[in-house]
Write a protein that binds this ligand. Structure first.
Ligand SMILES: NC(=O)c1ccc[n+]([C@@H]2O[C@H](COP(=O)([O-])OP(=O)(O)OC[C@H]3O[C@@H](n4cnc5c(N)ncnc54)[C@H](OP(=O)(O)O)[C@@H]3O)[C@@H](O)[C@H]2O)c1
Length: 236
């Protein structure tokens, strides 16, 4: 398979690329800084794109669609955490968060769907979150973006089924990844307080390799114990 992965430079996206490459697939990675993921596998192609820059994104996507006309699937995974009381955020920060965590995925899907539908096959896998399932204090923006993504994925699944395009949403709980580097909380230190990027990658690859004609609609996975450490922002 030939699969495009956004947010490929670290965490879940990187783990998905590593698993795909280890299984003999080809991957295209999108992120702002792919230097974080040095990979000399010739089956991996890296593209530096700021997905939050919605003004430039359609032009980048046009180039990608033309460069990769026979993709099998896309893993739409890029995202950042953003937590706090709503009034703590500027209007610009609110917009930036929704632009990246929701609208950029809509743009990427919009760009590639015509080709996938024409081919009569394809798969969009979105990284949602447990925040797509329940609203929580301090999570109004992040939850709103992930709820929106979940509604988008559900509607798209119904809309694309006839064309043979599958849509999957994966909702992880706390994953031990650089996601928490800029946040003031993180999963507790015990191994049952977090899931690993590789755990999520395994589920995503399972969805991608499901028998044709079946769809893993939504997959929720989370650590068995939900211990959280607060006041731990990483020192720069
Ligand atoms: N960690 C968790 O507990 C958790 C739980 C549930 C869901 N999620 C979701 O999982 C997804 C991946 O998160 P992660 O845990 O793997 O975190 P991560 O290690 O911080 O990865 C985030 C990825 O998104 C990319 N990214 C961020 N801003 C971008 C931008 N403007 N343009 C292009 N790429 C951008 C980053 O690359 P660059 O910085 O190089 O651009 C990086 O590759 C996110 O959607 C997140 O909401 C995470």
């Amino acid at each position: 398979m030939h699969i495009l992965v956004t947010g490929a430079s670290s965490g879940i996206g990187r783990a998905v690329c590593e698993k795909l490459l280890a299984s003999g697939h080809r991957a295209i990675g999108i992120a702002r800084d792919l230097g974080k993921f040095p990979c000399d596998d010739r089956r991996f192609k890296a593209h530096t794109i700021d997905l939050a820059d919605l003004a430039q994104l359609p032009a980048h996507l046009q180039t990608l669609v033309a460069s990769y006309p026979a993709l099998d699937a896309l893993v739409l995974n890029a995202g950042v955490g953003c937590f706090g009381s709503l009034e703590q955020f500027s209007y610009g920060q609110i917009r930036a968060l929704i632009d990246l965590n929701f609208t950029s995925h809509v743009f990427v899907a919009r760009a590639f769907l015509p080709t996938l539908k024409k081919a009569g096959r394809g798969h969009l896998v979105f990284t949602g979150s447990e925040a797509a399932l329940a609203g929580t204090a301090q999570g109004s923006l992040y939850c709103a973006a992930k709820f929106a993504l979940r509604g988008f994925a559900q509607a798209l699944r119904a809309e694309c089924a006839r064309a043979g395009v599958r849509v999957t949403l994966v909702n992880p709980g706390m994953v031990q990844s650089p996601f928490f580097d800029e946040l003031d909380f993180r999963p507790g230190p015990a191994p049952d307080n977090y899931i690993l990027p590789a755990d999520v990658a395994e589920v995503i690859v399972q969805a991608l390799t499901a028998r044709d004609g079946t769809v893993l609609d939504e997959i929720n996975l989370s650590p068995q114990k939900k211990v959280i450490e607060f006041g731990v922002r990483k020192k720069k």
